[in-house]
Design a binder for this molecule. Structure first.
Ligand SMILES: [Fe+2]
Length: 470
């Protein structure tokens, strides 16, 4: 089998260290309009004591920040000190079963779920910085130093076993947060839809599901919460009964079909549910309404991708993906039309200009894998800018041994609606160095406009966000 990601194992070989220092560009300049804090979370380090993790979702979360200010760029990174991290540090060994790694005597949280490694995403909500894992409560961090302040309970309205995803959506006009979590009960599976505001829980609605499916993300338009439900079923009893890992307890059952579920954003009540084929969606890009139609932009995959996260043999058999727009009549509960963009490589971490969330999307950015469908390991080696209006796809292709990490989020120029940068990480596996790269968001093909080298590499991140200054 060919290796399309030579030396990729080096990206996962070391456990990064907490750090705090100034960054100086090695090339280019940081645009002066960038003021505020960029954050990225992701699984860091493959080892805990003698245990070597096998799956990309296993390691503990580490958050990195770039604070852009008048004095330059300050880099900070720290492990999130969640319950799992703290207990295992004290014990000097792994204690908990993880997404893809089990071992004799491993523990579950209260015997029913995984203790969160808090390793997926990080968001500033008002002035509160929250790090999230796949399920479980977020952990609050100091927005500057990234020190862990404690588990965030939403004013004690949620508890340690409340299901909650790593993908909140925000209404920046009302400062409300929407989020969801899946209850994987075999008899009564449901999606819990939450609306938070004013530091409190406004509602929690339980929407019944046909089957206990794993759902990672959801969308929010001005009127609807939008769920792309794929038949990736979790047998939670296998986790408790048979000592299975979460990965082993998941099964892909495409014959059951996928469904789009719409709920009222105002009340949380279900308003429509209808079939949408048998594909899989890990991430939505944006949802907006136009002439009575709901537009749902997603990255659609042929099948789930978590079985492609074996470290360091990532994405060995990964299949095509495609950016797709569902144009839905929400009143009738049916798909009126679809549109696709001409990019078929596996791609992930879609990002839009956050100022356009809930409004018509023209542009978005993703990381792509050039060797999609060729057998052999591979990794993200393309930064992609796509335009829904023109259909144009613009690609920055990394040279050999260079790999990208971290959602390529958009940093908008406050003075110009159509200007901004995207930022992501680059790991050079040959020299074992890492940089943060800034691209002109609308000219990614030209390559980075600024390169910010780190003193030593950290992990390749998952989701990122930006909290503007002031
Ligand atoms: Fe995600």
């Amino acid at each position: 089998m060919q290796d399309h990601a030579p030396l990729l194992e080096r990206a996962f070989a070391r456990v990064p260290r907490d750090a705090d220092y100034q960054l100086e560009p090695s090339a280019g300049e940081v645009p002066t309009f960038i003021r505020g804090s960029y954050y990225v979370n992701g699984p860091a380090g493959l080892k805990r004591g003698d245990l070597r993790y096998r799956h990309w979702l296993d390691p503990d979360g580490m958050v990195a920040a770039l604070h852009f200010g008048d004095g330059g760029v300050r880099f900070v990174c720290r492990f999130v000190r969640g319950s799992k991290f703290t207990a295992e540090e004290e014990a000097g060994q792994a204690l908990y079963r993880t997404f893809g790694t089990g071992f004799p005597g491993d523990q579950l949280k209260r015997g029913i779920g995984l203790e969160s490694p808090v390793n997926v995403s990080v968001w500033a909500w008002n002035d509160t910085l929250l790090a999230f894992g796949e399920q479980g409560l977020p952990w609050e961090l100091d927005p500057v130093t990234l020190e862990t302040r404690g588990e965030y309970t939403f004013n004690r309205r949620l508890n340690a076993i409340s299901p909650l995803s790593a993908h909140p959506n925000f209404d920046y006009t009302s400062d409300e947060m929407f989020n969801f979590g899946i209850s994987f009960s075999a008899r009564h599976p449901s999606v819990n839809l939450y609306r938070f505001g004013g530091g409190d829980l406004i509602f929690r609605k339980r929407l019944p599901l046909e089957y206990p499916c794993s759902v990672h993300d959801f969308g929010l338009s001005p009127s609807y919460a939008v769920f792309y439900l794929s038949p990736h079923l979790l047998d939670v009893e296998a986790l408790m009964r048979d000592g299975a890992t979460l990965m082993e307890a998941l099964s892909w059952q495409p014959e059951r079909g996928s469904t789009m579920l719409l709920a009222s954003r105002e009340t949380g009540e279900a308003v429509a549910s209808f079939p949408i084929g048998s594909s899989y969606c890990l991430h939505l890009a944006n949802c907006f309404e136009d002439n009575g139609h709901l537009n749902v932009d997603v990255i659609e995959l042929e099948q789930p991708v978590y079985d492609q996260y074996d470290i360091p043999e990532l994405f060995t058999d990964v299949r095509h993906a495609q950016p797709k727009r569902y144009i839905v009549d929400p009143e009738k509960g049916e798909v009126k039309d679809t549109a696709v963009l001409d990019y078929r490589n596996m791609c992930d971490f879609p990002a839009i200009d956050p100022r356009r969330a809930g409004r018509e999307t023209r542009d978005f950015w993703v990381l792509g894998i050039s060797a999609t469908e060729k057998p052999g390991r591979k990794f993200f080696d393309q930064v992609v800018h796509a335009n829904w209006h023109s259909g144009e796809i613009e690609i920055f292709q990394a040279p050999a041994h260079h790999y990208f990490g971290g959602e390529p989020i958009f940093l908008g120029d406050p003075e110009h609606e159509d200007r901004g940068c995207v930022i992501c990480q680059r790991f050079d596996a040959e020299s074992e160095t890492m940089d943060f790269l800034l691209f002109d968001a609308f000219e990614v093909t030209k390559g980075p406009i600024a390169v910010l080298p780190l003193r030593e590499p950290i992990h390749l991140g998952f989701h990122a966000s930006f909290h503007p200054a002031g």
